[in-house]
Structure formats: structure tokens, C-alpha cells
Design a protein around this ligand. Structure first.
Ligand SMILES: [Zn+2]
Length: 232
């Protein structure tokens, strides 16, 4: 059994569990938080906050040097997750190689890469970003510049895959209006293939790769967590 760490009611950790409690998938997310804390105790310093409702992302992270509290923050989508799950399902169904990449990372079947599993996994991935923020906090500008450069070098520039695939976004319009030039530049034979290349490049960005491996390691050290997330 993964038991929550004991925490005084006022502590950040206790407040974080209270936010997680608002998620329909609070059981696996709380277990994931407990598992990450036990291997990375300094994460007790990060704040978990509810994600603004207009976002369709499962989770996101904000570094300490950009937060008002001075703590790094992980935002978790809580409440109704229909929009989050349908966006993730769309990515699973339409981005070439999406499910395969995560299936390989976790040693699971592609069919097990569900929106529910990705929700729990994304939360731990964002904790991985918070873990990196703590290590680069003394030189945030160097970190930001390196990140921007790495993103700009992706096949379709720094455009996020979630925006490229969502019709109605400026990124989606840009991609389709400039598809001939972009296909020539990337060597992709169609727009879907170019999006798959962009996703592969994104996952290999140093910070993203690091956060993916952080999450995979947390799950690998806690097989019962993987079972919980896969059953959610
Ligand atoms: Zn990330």
C-alpha cells in the first residue's frame, strides 16, 4: 500500500492533498504524489493548485521565479475532466507515434495509453519539471534561453502539438495555410507526419525528456501505482 506521508494540516503537503482530492481520479493522483514525494522529498516545497477551467491540459507547471508565492507550482485539472480526456483522446488518435512512445516508456500496450492514464502520468511529468526548476533556480535566465532555443529548433518551430492539432487555433491555421512550404522544410509527406515529427522532437527536448524519465522512474519504482493508473 502507498500511504500518504503525514503532514500537519497547515503544511503545503496537506493543502496539496486537499487539491488532489478534488480530482475525479484522486486515488491514483494522490498515490502518484506520495510516490514522487518519497523518492524526491524536496518536492514537499512545491504547491499544487487547481488548473484554471478554460485549459484542456491535464496539468502544467510554473517555476518559483515566476510565481507570486516564491514556490514552484503544479496546476492540476480538477473537477469535470471531460474536456481534458477528449483532448487527450484526440492526440492519442491523431498524432502519429503518440501512444507508441508512452507504451514503450512504461512497458505497456498502446491500448493502455488512455486519457485517464495520461492524466495521472502528466501530473507526475509536471512534478518532474518542478524538480528541475529547483535545480536551475539559481540561473533561471540561462535555463529559459536554452529552453527557447531547443524549442525553436523543432521541425515546426516552437508551436505546441496540442495547438497544431486543434482546429480554430492560429497554429492550426498557420500549419494548413503554409503546409507546402512546411512539408518541404521538414521532409514530411503530409501534415499528420509533420505533426508526428514535431511531437517526437518535443518529447526529446532536454527538459521534456527529463520530465518524462522522472515520471517513468516514479512509476517504475512503484508497480502498484502503475496498476492504479492503468485501472483508472
Ligand atoms: Zn513537459
Amino acid at each position: 500500500m502507498i500511504e500518504p506521508l503525514t503532514a500537519s494540516p497547515e503544511s503545503i503537503v496537506a493543502k496539496n492533498y486537499a487539491v488532489i482530492e478534488q480530482s475525479p481520479l484522486s486515488l491514483p493522483v494522490a498515490a502518484a504524489y506520495t510516490a514522487a514525494l518519497s523518492s524526491h522529498p524536496h518536492l514537499a516545497d512545491i504547491e499544487i493548485l487547481p488548473m484554471p477551467d478554460d485549459s484542456a491540459s491535464p496539468a502544467s507547471a510554473r517555476p518559483s521565479w515566476k510565481s507570486e508565492s516564491g514556490h514552484s507550482q503544479v496546476f492540476l485539472h480538477v473537477g469535470n475532466l471531460d474536456k481534458v480526456f477528449s483532448m487527450t483522446k484526440f492526440a492519442i488518435d491523431t498524432v502519429p507515434g503518440f501512444a507508441k512512445r508512452f507504451a514503450e516508456l512504461y512497458g505497456i500496450e498502446e491500448a493502455q495509453v488512455t486519457p485517464q492514464f495520461k492524466y495521472v502520468e502528466s501530473f507526475v511529468h509536471e512534478l518532474g519539471h518542478a524538480d528541475e526548476y529547483a535545480k536551475v533556480a539559481s540561473s533561471p535566465e540561462t535555463f529559459a534561453i536554452a529552453n527557447q532555443r531547443a524549442k525553436a529548433s523543432m521541425p515546426l518551430g516552437s508551436a505546441a502539438v496540442s495547438r497544431l492539432i486543434a482546429s480554430g487555433t492560429p497554429h492550426h491555421t498557420w500549419l494548413h495555410q503554409n503546409s507546402a512550404a512546411l512539408l518541404a522544410r521538414t521532409g514530411a509527406s503530409n501534415v499528420d507526419e509533420a505533426i508526428g515529427m514535431q511531437h517526437d522532437a518535443y518529447r526529446m527536448l532536454p527538459s521534456e525528456r527529463r520530465a518524462d524519465l522522472f515520471a517513468a522512474n516514479v512509476f517504475a519504482a512503484n508497480p502498484e501505482l502503475l496498476d492504479l493508473a492503468l485501472k483508472s
